[in-house]
Ligand binder design. Structure first.
Ligand code: FAD
Length: 460
């Protein structure tokens, strides 16, 4: 219909572009609400392949993702699979470790979950519903946002394989949802619309994934309920536990530094100097093999506005990709789906309702998405450098003490981002006034000390 959108969910069709984490969750949410859903994914069905394609093997899942998964009845299943991480474990240069709990007051945890497992579970949950069709091997190539029309190239005989044949396919929806990631093809159509703002920033650092296998007796090689961090100022390494008792280790470092390591001897000398305690766990041969087989991957932050145009909406990384240092990219994308669902709750049967929901989603979400993109950028400095500084540890101790006595008033930034549903922009505002209070108290203390000193001096 061109004058308005159809007025019951059952009579409306949602076309989802991208069947990654956010697209497959969105398919569950829309189908649960009664919409007919066609999900088009470029890759072949990931459930049919043993290895996970693409980025990070595991992810840190926290409150926002859990709440969204709860909406479609999957929180329990994914939590059972996840491995709780209750604290950061910081590894110093000498191989010593110390813990920094994520939530000293109520012991909340973040969870390490496998990307492939999560995607597989979400796709299977969507597929179980009779009103969902999953169409793999479909690459979006063009379309019209105003008509809700999307064009795809369908590859038969395996994406890119020698027998691959390409066919053009078209889909039309009352709503088209772009969940096709940081380099979204749907977003390319938005670029032609007036008043659409877009920016992307690559950081100077790339990442490379390495692996610590289970020990000979099948155990974790390090204490499992932690996110391990080797902060080294300009660069850092982290490790998250996997279900099979291995660790996915990620090295974040300037590209120039990756490039400077060209031989086995240089690599082992570098690791021996900066990550000596990890070398026996990684294994020298495996480390050398993994390092020289892979290429460091870039990290990009994307902001755009608005998230809707015509009959289309962008969600997840397509709307707001961020660097991974707050562990919030997927969490924020899942929260998009939960917020959209909340707005659809109030839709009623109004024919113009869906257009209004899209507009309200854009308006509500933009400031929050940009706030978490900025926080993620800031947290890189915190993770690789500031965690080593006494001023950081003092501030953390002060935050925790105030949070313990005033839990409703003084929620530290990390806790509000990770363990609450507070709007991201509100988390930032909170931090600003907390900084002002601390600065004010410090100035007052210094003034008192100076005054006391002066009195003592005059009396003497
Ligand atoms: P994607 O996962 O990128 O999925 C997009 C899908 O669209 C893909 O399946 C792709 O094949 C498909 N697609 C693309 N183009 C087309 C097309 N033209 N036609 C059809 N389909 C298409 N987040 C966290 O919350 N916690 C973490 O700990 C965390 N760690 C991370 C670590 C790293 C190293 C990185 C890079 C990211 C991390 N993230 C983390 C962020 C998280 O990976 C993303 O936010 C999340 O994957 C976004 O999901 P998405 O579905 O929007 O996009």
């Amino acid at each position: 219909p061109s004058a308005g959108m159809a007025d019951t969910a059952e009579s409306q069709k949602v076309v989802i572009v991208g069947g990654g984490l956010v697209g497959s969750l969105a398919a569950c949410m829309f189908s649960q609400r009664g919409y007919r859903v066609d999900l088009f994914e470029y890759r072949n069905d990931p459930r049919l392949s043993a290895v996970s394609q693409g980025r990070s093997i595991n992810l840190a899942m926290s409150r926002r993702a859990r709440a969204a998964l709860g909406l479609v009845g999957l929180e329990g299943e994914l939590l059972r699979h996840g491995i709780a991480m209750k604290a950061r474990m910081i590894h110093d240069l000498e191989g010593g470790t110390r813990e920094i709990p994520y939530d000293a007051r109520t012991n909340q945890c973040i969870y390490s979950v496998g990307r492939k497992f999560l995607n597989d579970v979400l796709l299977s949950a969507a597929e179980k519903r009779s009103n969902v069709r999953l169409l793999f091997g479909h690459k979006m190539t063009g379309g019209s946002l105003d008509e809700g029309r999307v064009e795809f190239e369908r590859t038969e005989g395996g994406t890119g394989g020698p027998k691959a044949k390409v066919k053009a396919v078209e889909a039309v929806g009352d709503l088209v949802v772009g969940c096709d990631g940081a380099f979204s093809s749907l977003r390319r159509l938005f670029m032609k619309k007036p008043m659409f703002n877009f920016s992307q920033t690559y950081i100077e650092h790339g990442y490379m994934e390495l692996r610590i296998p289970p020990t000979a007796d099948g155990e974790f090689a390090m204490p499992p309920n932690f996110l391990h961090i080797w902060p080294r100022g300009e660069f850092m390494m982290i490790a998250l536990p996997n279900q099979d008792r291995s660790w996915t280790v990620t090295l974040f470092m300037p590209f120039a530094q990756f490039e400077a390591i060209t031989t086995e001897a240089e690599l082992l000398a570098f690791f021996g100097q900066h990550f000596a305690d990890a070398v026996p766990l990684l294994g020298e041969d495996a480390l050398v093999g993994d390092f020289f087989r892979s290429k460091p991957q870039p990290l990009v932050s994307v902001k755009c506005r608005p998230y809707h145009a015509g009959r289309a909406l962008l969600l997840g990384d397509a709307a707001h990709a961020m660097v991974p240092f707050y562990g919030q990219g997927m969490n924020a994308g899942f929260e998009d789906v939960r917020l959209l669902s909340g707005l659809l709750d109030g839709l009623g049967g109004s024919p113009a309702g869906l257009a209004d929901v899209l507009r309200r989603f854009s308006e509500h979400r933009n400031a929050d998405a940009e706030a978490i993109c900025d926080l993620a950028m800031y947290n890189y400095v915190e993770m690789r450098d500031l965690v080593n500084r006494p001023s950081f540890l003092l501030r953390k101790a002060l935050d925790n003490a105030l949070y313990a006595v005033l839990p409703d008033v003084w929620v530290p930034l990390y806790n509000s981002v990770t363990f609450s549903d507070m709007r991201y922009s509100e988390c930032v505002r909170n931090r600003v006034w907390q900084d002002q209070v601390i600065r004010g108290v410090l100035v007052a203390l210094l003034a008192c000390a100076a005054l006391l000193g002066l009195v003592a001096f005059v009396k003497a």
